[in-house]
Each structure stands twice: as structure tokens, then as C-alpha cells.
Design a protein around this ligand. Structure first.
Ligand code: HEM
Length: 189
């Protein structure tokens, strides 16, 4: 299988998409710094704030996804949803000016690796273990490296509770990240 076969494997592409919807490698994206006072969704974001968008929570929001916690690749056969920053329901690669420039390569690599693994191996749980007993939960991803201990705690809470955005301030215009004053909260569920 090579890249030219992808167009004949629509379900495989949907599986890669669905995996990135439920398990985006950067669940809170990279931090973005507000360079002016702005208002987003009714919240005042002061200049200098660090903003993280919780794409993990947005992709599990039952307002915009039917049965959001179900792994159902078919949803992308029923509706063609852009994954490269144009549909704000699905943003594993971010959006806008700083969108991931390697998005297409990333998609191709995941699709290709998955296709080869499925094609060349027979997959089954270890003897005596049922597939539903395997813990498929994830640990915090790339964003976990940002900020101090306090931010990490705040962000873990925000991630799991489903805030759609995390905003934190630092005392000075630097990144030592010790002074969390507020986090923006909109409950998604
Ligand atoms: C499945 C694979 C990948 C995922 C999920 C991913 C995700 C992301 C995300 C979420 C961002 C931040 C976007 C934002 O801040 O709005 C980003 C940025 C970036 N990615 Fe990726 N990425 C992947 C693969 C790649 C690959 C293969 C490359 C290079 C070959 C790459 C290069 C970059 C670079 C250079 C940036 C920084 C862009 C900027 O700040 O202007 N990524 N990526």
C-alpha cells in the first residue's frame, strides 16, 4: 500500500480521522499569546494572556457531535468534515495563521502506518483478556510540558472537566508561569 491507494480506502481515512477526533495528540494545542485585549465568546481576554484551546473537549461536545464518545468512523462517510483547520469542531492540527504546516504529512503517516499494521498483522487481545477490558485511556500529551506545576494542575483539571479554553496570566511578560489568576470556563458537559 502506498499514498496513491488512499483514495480507494475511504474507511481507513475515516478511522484515522476518528482517532484524531477522540485522541488528538495535542489536546490543548500549543499556547497562543493574546497581543491585544480581546473578547471571545463573551469572555474578556486581557493582552498578554496565554490561551489554550481545548480541542479535545470540543471534539467530544454533544452539541456539535452525535454520540461524541463513540468511536464511529462512519460519521465521516455520512458527513465530510474538514480536519485541517476549517471546521472548528475538529482541530487536531489547530487553525489559522499558526496551523500545523505538517498536517497533510501527519495525516498521511498515520493513515499509512495504520493501513500497513492492519494489512500485515492479525490483531487480537492477549489470551484470556477481553478487548473491552483493555484500558484505552490516554495521558496528557504535548501541552503538559508548558508552564509551572500550578499551570499543569490547572490544565489537567480544565482538560478533564471539558473547559473549551484555558487562559492564564503571568506576572511579567515572561513565561515562568507562576501566577495563575484565572481560567476561562465554559462547561461543555
Ligand atoms: C498527526 C500528526 C501531527 C499533529 C496532530 C500535529 C499537531 C499540531 C498542532 C496542534 C500544532 C499547533 C497549531 C496551533 O498552534 O494552532 C502544530 C504546529 C506545528 N506542527 Fe504539527 N502536528 C503533526 C505533525 C506534524 C509534522 C509531520 C510536522 C513537520 C513535518 C509538523 C510541524 C509543525 C510545526 C513546524 C508547527 C508550528 C507552526 C507554527 O507555530 O507556526 N507537525 N502541530
Amino acid at each position: 500500500m502506498s499514498e496513491i491507494d488512499f483514495s480507494n480506502l475511504p474507511y481507513l481515512q475515516c478511522v484515522a480521522k476518528e482517532a484524531m477526533r477522540l485522541h488528538p495528540p495535542t489536546p490543548l494545542m500549543l499556547p497562543h499569546r493574546a497581543n491585544a485585549n480581546v473578547k471571545i465568546g463573551g469572555y474578556d481576554i486581557p493582552k498578554g494572556s496565554n490561551v489554550h484551546v481545548n480541542v479535545w473537549a470540543v471534539a467530544r461536545d454533544s452539541v456539535v457531535w452525535k454520540d461524541p464518545l463513540e468511536f464511529r468512523p462512519e460519521r465521516f462517510l455520512e458527513e465530510d468534515v474538514d480536519i485541517k483547520g476549517h471546521d472548528f469542531r475538529l482541530l487536531p492540527f489547530g487553525a489559522g495563521r499558526r496551523v500545523c504546516p505538517g498536517a497533510q504529512l501527519g495525516i498521511n503517516l498515520v493513515t499509512s502506518m495504520l493501513g500497513h499494521l492492519l494489512h500485515h498483522f492479525w490483531w487480537a487481545p492477549p489470551e484470556g483478556i477481553k478487548s473491552e477490558d483493555i484500558d484505552m485511556g490516554e495521558n496528557p500529551g504535548l501541552w503538559y510540558g508548558f508552564g509551572g506545576e500550578k499551570e499543569k494542575k490547572e490544565m489537567v483539571i480544565a482538560w478533564w472537566r471539558g473547559y473549551d479554553m484555558v487562559v492564564w496570566w503571568t506576572k511579567e511578560d515572561d513565561d515562568d508561569g507562576d501566577d495563575v489568576r484565572e481560567r476561562v470556563a465554559r462547561w461543555l458537559w
